[in-house]
Design a protein around this ligand. Structure first.
Ligand SMILES: [Zn+2]
Ligand SMILES: [Zn+2]
Length: 166
């Protein structure tokens, strides 16, 4: 996904909209070897030239399959990510928040990837009540029960078992 900034670079004070709808894949994403969007990724927003610094603000709509952290099942999710980024083509700007760019094109893929990694929930679950996999046999406890001892109780909570609620 390439953003052409040749025009906006020349027009200070201008703000122009952009819209992309493209196939998008990331390598090595969040523990997955490859993450490809289920539908073309939609990325839309505006880019503004403020005294030579380009401010991009957009939103990325992504439909992706991510693995449940508990049971490993693939789950399709629709996400919306906000992406804000500032660019400058002059070396003189020394600000960590501002990405230095060479040339007239910006590859948006690494920027989108970063935004997604920052904004994804820390735990991805197929369901809040996902029972996960059995520690001993690996059975997916959402679909089947296994013969292993399921009465194992975390010692920290063992005493709670005898509590009575009136
Ligand atoms: Zn799950
Ligand atoms: Zn088991």
């Amino acid at each position: 996904m390439i953003l052409d900034i040749s025009k906006i670079l020349l027009t200070k004070g201008e703000e122009v909209p952009f819209y992309f709808e493209e196939e998008l894949c990331f390598d090595n994403f969040n523990g997955q070897r490859e993450l490809c969007f289920n539908k073309p990724a939609k990325f839309s927003g505006t880019i503004e030239n403020v005294s030579g610094i380009l401010y991009m603000s957009g939103k990325l709509e992504a439909s992706v399959d991510l693995k449940c952290d508990r049971c490993g099942q693939n789950i399709e999710n629709e996400y919306m990510f906000l992406v804000e980024e500032a660019f400058s083509s002059t070396e003189a700007v020394d600000d960590e928040e501002i990405r230095h760019i060479k040339g007239k094109q910006v590859d948006l893929s690494p920027i989108l990837r970063e935004a997604m990694l920052m904004q994804l929930p820390t735990k991805i679950l197929c369901d809040n009540d996902c029972k996960g996999l059995c520690d001993c046999c690996g059975a997916n406890l959402n679909n089947e029960s296994c013969e292993c001892n399921t009465e194992k109780i975390n010692p920290a909570f063992a005493s709670l078992k005898n509590l009575k609620f009136d």
